[in-house]
Write a protein that binds this ligand. Structure first.
Ligand code: ATP
Ligand code: MG
Length: 659
């Protein structure tokens, strides 16, 4: 059966049943009153004052929302504040001077601890140095650093002087850096000599040098000496050593610049899973309010917690939930350099154990890897300090959810499956762990004050059980304000499809497809662009993948469409298995097919299943379906430099040719 919107829907989406969060958690949760949804509805948009009140304002705002120029919304626009002051200075006055702000875990077991006072000193000195180099308010400073403490220090130093930062993920190429610097007209760069990836030292400065040759403008550069003797480097014209600068400005303080709430805090390029990277603009007041509020209400962070989001600061997750959210609340945020499997596959659990981490937030791709490695790694450690677990970045299907719940959370921690995007700034769909029941496989309802609607081609809300486009009907404080490349592109990309400007009705289109169930819980099915149309059935890639990863022994899966004469499109699946499974086993293929038939229906069974040791992934850890689709269709692959593991593509191509 196909529902009236053409989405295949003769099956309930694969989710587990509702579960109550553990009682001990509920007793202490930050938000426990279920009236919060009604409160937000009744007092919208003023309800968002609740988020803004978590911050200290230099100039209190009077208007909550200005919507005259939709979709260019303005939040708390007549208020003024400084993000760095909110994340650092005010905690010193609250008697939290010696409280740990950042705990850093280096690749080779190095550890550093920054108290709020240390962070105050470091960011002030570096802010003074940036000023001396010529950085003024509104100048975009590009930061191209790996996961070392100088990365959040540089971000907060920029925020202090009102200079928007544009952090470019350290693993991206020289070309990618140059494109982003050019696009943002950025004349300042903070980078380092190199860093360790697994065991090897990796040269970052040579990439930065190459990028500087490519950009049109002159660039002033600050270089952090991370590797010392191991990677000697020479400073050229307009290049400055970070530690020298810190020494030169030792003890200096810089008055935080009061920013209008709508002044730009940072620019963030999306990962580019679906094409051209987009420079997403986030402003100060609304963004910081929204991240602080969700860190408190969704991640349940308290000031005395040790909180760890094991993402990279080079992506939005790290901006919002390693740096700004936890520091705005005055908690201890852990950051780590390296990978979960080096020096061994228990790296993360060792860090949780040693630091008595309370809250842990990661991505399904990591959880599937942990599952593949087996439960002995978490079992070796005392993880009893954990109180809440979170996931973000992709849907998490019920089997990995259950694994995470049992083997990491010991059935004592609720899991929040948080849906959001670079463009939404902060979490927009999730259960509130102190209020709502959890449902493995579904993210949850829209948060209070976030009007998520799943709509059909005509923009009408679908009925429960049906699927459609994931849209948001009202603005929210953390939302992107525009794209750096221009307002037109912002409008076209996110607003045109589902809005009705003549009636002044505006609706944000997320680009994701989703379904909503009777409980109002939303399951993301895939990106709209990734939806495969097989004989008139519109099937979500993520949904089929979820049915595949629910098979015992499967680690990861990606499905793509291949043009075919008979059906229009056929489904092709790429599957990687857990260690110890025989990948040639045709039983596995059969089990996968049966699982898909049961979960979705026979029209969704793949034409071919290819077993591969790994799937091609972007540097942010997302499966690059676009590329797999090109491989399946025998097309040109184009640029594969955004991949973390480009070598796997050749192997897959060779396998396909053999078929
Ligand atoms: P680009 O937009 O450049 O292609 P991207 O969309 O991968 O890159 P992000 O903004 O980091 O960049 O990712 C947001 C996307 O991640 C969402 O649109 C959604 O597809 C997916 N996503 C995030 N969290 C979840 C979740 N909890 N469940 C399902 N999907 C999720
Ligand atoms: Mg996106």
């Amino acid at each position: 059966m196909v529902d009236r919107n053409g989405w295949a829907r003769d099956h309930p989406v694969l989710t587990g049943s509702l579960r109550r969060p553990p009682a001990a958690f509920l007793e202490q949760a930050n938000v426990t009153d279920s009236d919060i949804y009604d409160e937000f509805d009744e007092r919208w948009p003023e309800c968002w004052e609740r988020a803004a009140d978590l911050l200290s304002w230099d100039q209190p705002y009077e208007t909550v929302l200005e919507d005259e120029d939709a979709p260019f919304y303005r939040w708390f626009a007549d208020g003024q504040l400084n993000a760095a002051e909110n994340c650092i200075d005010r905690h010193l006055e609250d008697g939290r001077k010696t409280h740990t702000a950042i705990r850093w875990e280096g690749k080779h077991g190095e550890r550093e601890t920054y108290t709020y006072r240390d962070l105050y000193v470091a960011t002030n000195e570096f802010a003074a140095a940036l000023r001396e180099l010529g950085v003024e308010a509104d100048d975009v400073v590009t930061i191209y650093l790996p996961m070392i403490p100088e990365l959040p220090i540089a971000m907060l130093a920029c925020a202090r002087i009102g200079a928007p930062h544009s952090v470019v993920f350290a693993g991206l190429s020289a070309d990618a850096l140059a494109t982003r610097m050019d696009a943002a007209d950025s004349e300042y760069l903070v980078t380092c000599d190199g860093y360790y990836r697994r065991g090897d030292a990796f040269n970052q400065k040579s990439k930065a040098d190459n990028a500087r040759l490519e950009v049109d403008q002159d660039v002033r550069t600050v270089v952090v000496d991370r590797l010392g003797e191991e990677m000697p480097h020479v400073l050229g014209d307009d290049e400055h050593d970070y530690h020298d600068l810190r020494r030169r400005f030792a003890g200096e303080t810089v008055e935080p610049v009061s920013r209008d709430a709508e002044d730009m805090l940072f620019l963030m390029y999306t990962s580019g899973t679906t094409g051209e990277p987009k420079g997403v603009v986030h402003t100060t007041g609304g963004y910081l309010s929204h991240v602080a509020w969700t860190t408190q209400a969704v991640l349940d962070v308290k000031p005395e917690d040790t909180y760890w989001c094991a993402a990279d600061i080079g992506w939005i997750t790290g901006h919002s939930y390693i740096v700004y959210g936890p520091l705005a609340l005055g908690t201890t945020t852990v950051m780590y350099e390296g990978t979960p499997d080096y020096p061994d596959r228990d790296r993360l659990w060792e860090i949780v154990d040693r630091n008595a981490v309370d809250i842990f937030y990661t991505a399904p791709t990591a959880i599937r890897a942990f599952m593949k490695w087996g439960e002995s790694y978490p079992n070796e450690h005392d993880l009893s300090s954990l109180r809440l677990l979170g996931t973000v970045g992709e849907p998490i299907s019920p089997r990995p959810w259950q694994w995470y719940y049992e083997h990491v959370g010991d059935e004592a921690c609720p899991i929040v499956d948080t849906w959001w995007q670079t463009e939404t700034g902060a979490v927009t769909i999730s259960t509130l762990p102190g209020v709502d029941e959890m449902k493995p496989g579904a993210a949850g309802p829209g948060l209070p004050g976030i009007d998520v609607q799943i709509v059909d081609d005509d923009g009408r809300e679908v009925e429960a059980g049906d699927s459609g486009y994931l849209t948001i009907a009202e603005p929210w404080p953390g939302m992107a304000r525009t794209l750096y490349s221009g307002d037109d592109r912002f409008r076209e990309e996110y607003w045109e499809r589902f809005s009705n400007p003549e009636e002044d009705e505006w609706r944000y289109g997320s680009g994701d497809a989703a379904t909503i169930d009777d409980d109002g819980y939303i399951t993301v099915l895939g990106r709209v662009d990734d939806v495969i149309n097989v004989s008139g059935h519109r099937l979500g890639t993520m949904e089929i993948e979820s049915a595949i990863t629910d098979v015992d022994g499967v680690a990861e899966a990606a499905v793509v469409g291949r043009s075919s004469e008979s059906n229009g499109t056929d489904i092709h699946a790429y599957v990687s298995t857990e260690g110890g499974y025989n990948v040639d086993d045709s039983d596995m293929s059969e089990t996968i097919e049966r699982s898909i038939e049961t979960a979705i229906g026979p029209m969704a069974t793949p034409k071919s299943i290819l077993f591969t040791p790994e799937l091609p992934k972007t540097r942010s850890g997302k499966i690059m379906r676009r590329l797999l689709e090109a491989v399946a269709n025998g097309e040109e692959l184009g640029d594969t430099s955004a991949l973390r593991n480009p070598e796997i593509v050749g192997e897959i191509q060779a396998e396909i040719r053999e078929e």
